[in-house]
Design a protein around this ligand. Structure first.
Ligand code: XBP
Ligand code: MG
Length: 230
């Protein structure tokens, strides 16, 4: 088995995007009187822009709002979105993806360190991770607040490895998307990609393994992740 497994959060540990982040963005637009509403399909296309603030600013610019004003509105709307989604995360109603809890339990029982690398904000990610992974301590958690460059930049994974004190060959990354995969590969990690409805068509070149589910057709195990190590 690997020494550590570094999990992405959004789309990987939980299906947070369609009924979670997207809804919080739309509520924040309404609270600020911004005439925007992201439907499910459109939001899926916007997911290639990582970072909620950057996603809002890019969509405003695309609709003709000038660069500086777009950044300004995006910062204010995103602060509200972060507060709304943090309350949702703390409520404990977001379940892990099927099979995640069993995999994490198998890894822990074999002494594998569990870690997290997300470029989402700590304010919501920290309580969500605690709800998804339980109260046991984890090796490290890297948040968007900890890095200058979001995924697909490898900075978040490099920082996770540095904090764990491990070379990339002793850890495996688990991701759901093309940008996440590129971030993990950029840090030299063998990467398992478990896709979801939004990421099935992403370019997943370079993944050590691609699946659509953690538990079908058979449950992913610690041994299975160990076989992906370089
Ligand atoms: C997740 C993201 C995030 C979330 C929103 O990508 O791109 O921006 O959609 O979170 P990944 P914030 O799973 O690759 O980390 O609003 O906090 O940015
Ligand atoms: Mg993800």
């Amino acid at each position: 088995a690997p020494s550590a497994v570094v999990f992405d959060v959004d789309g990987t540990l939980a299906d947070t995007e369609r009924d979670g982040h997207r809804v919080a963005f739309n509520r924040a637009f309404a609270e600020h009187g911004v005439d925007l509403h992201w439907d499910e399909d459109y939001y899926g296309r916007l997911l290639t822009i990582t970072g909620g603030r950057q996603r809002i600013a890019a969509d405003l610019r695309r609709r003709g709002v000038a660069g500086e004003e777009a950044d300004d509105v995006a910062a204010r709307v995103h602060a509200t979105k972060t507060r709304l989604f943090a309350a949702h995360a703390r409520s404990g109603t977001l379940p892990p993806r099927p099979g995640v809890a069993a995999l994490v339990e198998d890894l822990r029982s074999r002494g594998v360190t569990i870690a997290v690398a997300t470029t989402g904000r700590r304010e919501w990610a920290e309580p969500l991770i605690r709800n998804l992974l339980g109260p046991e301590p984890i090796g490290t958690a890297v948040y968007g607040d900890d890095v200058d460059r979001l995924k697909p930049d490898p900075q978040a994974y490099k920082l996770a490895l540095r904090r764990l004190g491990l070379p990339p060959c002793m850890a495996v990354a688990v991701e759901d998307s093309g940008p996440g995969l590129r971030a993990a590969r950029g840090a030299g990690l063998a990467t398992l990609v478990v896709t979801n409805d939004y990421t099935r068509d992403h370019d997943l070149t370079g993944a050590a393994m691609v699946r659509e589910s953690f538990d079908r057709p058979s449950p992913l195990t610690a041994a299975c992740l160990g076989s992906l190590l370089c």
